[in-house]
Design a binder for this molecule. Structure first.
Ligand code: GLU
Length: 284
C-alpha cells in the first residue's frame, strides 16, 4: 500500500462547481507529489438527496478535468451492511442511544441561538418509559453517540489526549497538533432514521478501510474532524493526517456552494470553457 493515500469524497446531490474542482485538483496534486494514490469515493447514503445522474455527472466532470482514479470506485450505498455492523458493535457496547426527536423539534427548542445545531441541542437519551411507548408505537428513531458514555469507556486521560495533526489549516488558522473537542458537536447521529448509517460513521469507516493516510477537504469540515477522531479512537481505527483547505470564493467574494446554484463545471464546459483554461485559472 502506498505511503500516501487520499480521497475525494463528493456526495451526488448536485453537479460539481469550481470549489469541488479546486479541492479535487489539490488532493490529486498532493498525492502525485508524494507518489501516492488519489481515490474517488461516492458518498451517497442520503436516499432522498442523492441521485445516480449526479454521480454520473461527477465522474464525467472529473474525467474532463483530466483526473484519473483507481477502479472500482467505492459507492457507500453498496455497503450499508458494513456500516450497520459497526453501529451494532457500538450499540452493544452501550455507546449509542435511540433518538426519536425530529431535527425540527430540536432546532425549535433552541430557537435562534447562534450556531444552534440540532446535535448540540439534543438533551440526551429519552426516559425509559417514554422510549418504551414510542418503540411500541413503531415510531422511527436514529442512533446517537453518547459522548458521556464514550468518555466513560475511553477514560479521562485518553479523552483529554484525543487530537489530530492538521497539515492545512482550520477556519481560524488552526494548524499542527490540534486537541480534539468532540463535545462541540454534541451527541451526533451515527445511524439516521432513513439510512441506517450517517455521515460521520460511513466516512471514518471508509477512511480506515481504504487505508486513507491524508484527508484533504474543505475547512467547512474542520469541526467534523473533532468527532471523527473520537470514532476512530472508539473503533481502534488508524488516524489519518488532516489537511483542510480554504474554500474557493467566486468573483463576489462568496464561497461556491451547491445551494447557491454556483455555476457548475458542466455549464462552464457547455459555455465553451476548456479544462486547460479552468485548471490554469485555479492554479493547476
Ligand atoms: N461527502 C462529503 C461532502 O460532500 C465530504 C466528506 C469528506 O470529505 O470527509 O461534503
Amino acid at each position: 500500500m502506498p505511503g500516501f493515500v487520499t480521497r475525494f469524497a463528493p456526495s451526488p446531490t448536485g453537479r460539481l462547481h469550481k470549489g469541488h474542482a479546486w479541492s479535487a485538483l489539490l488532493g490529486h496534486r498532493l498525492a502525485q507529489n508524494a507518489g501516492g494514490q488519489w481515490l474517488l469515493r461516492i458518498e451517497d447514503i442520503d436516499p432522498t438527496r442523492c441521485k445516480p445522474d449526479f454521480e454520473a455527472g461527477i465522474l464525467e466532470d472529473l474525467a474532463w478535468l483530466g483526473l484519473d482514479w483507481p477502479r472500482p470506485v467505492r459507492r457507500q450505498s453498496d455497503h450499508l451492511a458494513d456500516y450497520a455492523a459497526v453501529v451494532d458493535t457500538l450499540r452493544q457496547r452501550g455507546l449509542l442511544y435511540r433518538c426519536f426527536r425530529t431535527r425540527k423539534a430540536l432546532l425549535d427548542a433552541i430557537g435562534d441561538a447562534p450556531h444552534g445545531r440540532a446535535e448540540a441541542a439534543c438533551p440526551g437519551p429519552h426516559p425509559a418509559d417514554e422510549e418504551a411507548v414510542m418503540l411500541e408505537q413503531g415510531l422511527p428513531f436514529a442512533w446517537r453517540l453518547s459522548l458521556d458514555r464514550a468518555r466513560a469507556e475511553l477514560g479521562d486521560d485518553a479523552w483529554n489526549d484525543l487530537s489530530f495533526v492538521e497539515e492545512g489549516s482550520g477556519p481560524n488558522g488552526e494548524t499542527g497538533r490540534i486537541p480534539a473537542r468532540p463535545e462541540t458537536a454534541g451527541d451526533v447521529i451515527l445511524a439516521r432514521k432513513d439510512a441506517g448509517t450517517a455521515y460521520h460513521l460511513a466516512v471514518t469507516h471508509d477512511d480506515a478501510l481504504q487505508g486513507v493516510t491524508h484527508v484533504i477537504r474543505g475547512e467547512d469540515l474542520f469541526e467534523a474532524t473533532h468527532i471523527q477522531v473520537l470514532i476512530q479512537a472508539l473503533m481502534n481505527w488508524p488516524r489519518p493526517v488532516y489537511h483542510h483547505h480554504r474554500l474557493l470564493t467566486g468573483p463576489d467574494g462568496r464561497r461556491y456552494a451547491k445551494r447557491d446554484r454556483s455555476v457548475t463545471l458542466a455549464e462552464l464546459r457547455a459555455g465553451g470553457m476548456t479544462a486547460e483554461a479552468l485548471r490554469a485559472e485555479l492554479g493547476f
